[in-house]
Design a protein around this ligand. Structure first.
Ligand SMILES: [Fe+2]
Length: 205
């Protein structure tokens, strides 16, 4: 949430489903828990606009989200399991390998960079895959999985990106789904949000 023109329906859909959610920097920014001086001008404009359209119920819902959550054998955190409120980006192989000691579960799901990626460590050594499709959760290995971004992918593929974790099969699969990018862009322009936020959806950058 935080860049598009439909924050209220997004919050409602997730709340209806009882989704297990963690807050990111945009949820912090729009609910007064993070100073917007830390945001770039586009993100700041979007955060101010989003804050202006939230009513009390939506604001309270977002303000109540935890920063870190454990679900089954996974840690959920928006940016990094190490100092999660510092909003560090995990992009390179080393940046991921460095933070395995910051969580104790087998898996850790992150977002924030808007780039999908999988880091894993175990007896056969560390591995980093910046273009993951299916991850077979292997015995004795631990994983950090960036699930990419539904609303604003930045890896050059404009399709929405998400991950599915199948606990029974022991697999995490990453998926891309085309959607009406032009309509999302039009809504952003119509809402008076920065044009750049609409345009960047077209090429997923
Ligand atoms: Fe973020």
């Amino acid at each position: 949430m935080g860049y598009g023109a439909d924050p209220l329906p997004c919050v409602e859909k997730l709340a209806e489903r009882g989704a297990r959610l963690v807050a990111g920097n945009h949820e912090y920014g729009t609910t007064g828990r993070l100073d917007l001086r830390w945001f770039n001008p586009y993100a700041r404009a979007a955060a101010l606009w989003t804050a202006s359209v939230l009513d009390d119920a939506h604001r309270e819902f977002l303000a109540g989200l935890p920063l870190v959550l454990e679900v089954e054998d996974a840690t959920l955190v928006h940016a990094s399991p190490h100092n999660p409120d510092e909003w560090d980006y995990l992009i390179t192989a080393e940046e991921g390998f460095d933070v395995f000691s910051a969580f104790t579960t087998r898996l850790c799901f992150v977002g924030h960079s808007h780039h999908p990626g999988v880091w894993s460590v175990g007896s056969s050594g560390p591995e980093f895959n910046p273009e993951p499709e299916t991850v077979r959760v292997g015995a004795g290995r631990r994983y950090i999985i960036n699930v990419g971004s539904v609303g604003q992918p930045r890896d050059g593929d404009p399709r929405a990106c998400y991950a599915l974790w199948d606990l029974e099969v022991g697999e995490v699969s990453l998926h891309r789904v085309p959607y009406d990018v032009s309509a999302a862009r039009e809504k952003i322009l119509k809402a008076g949000l920065p044009r750049y936020l609409g345009d960047r959806l077209l090429d997923g950058r």
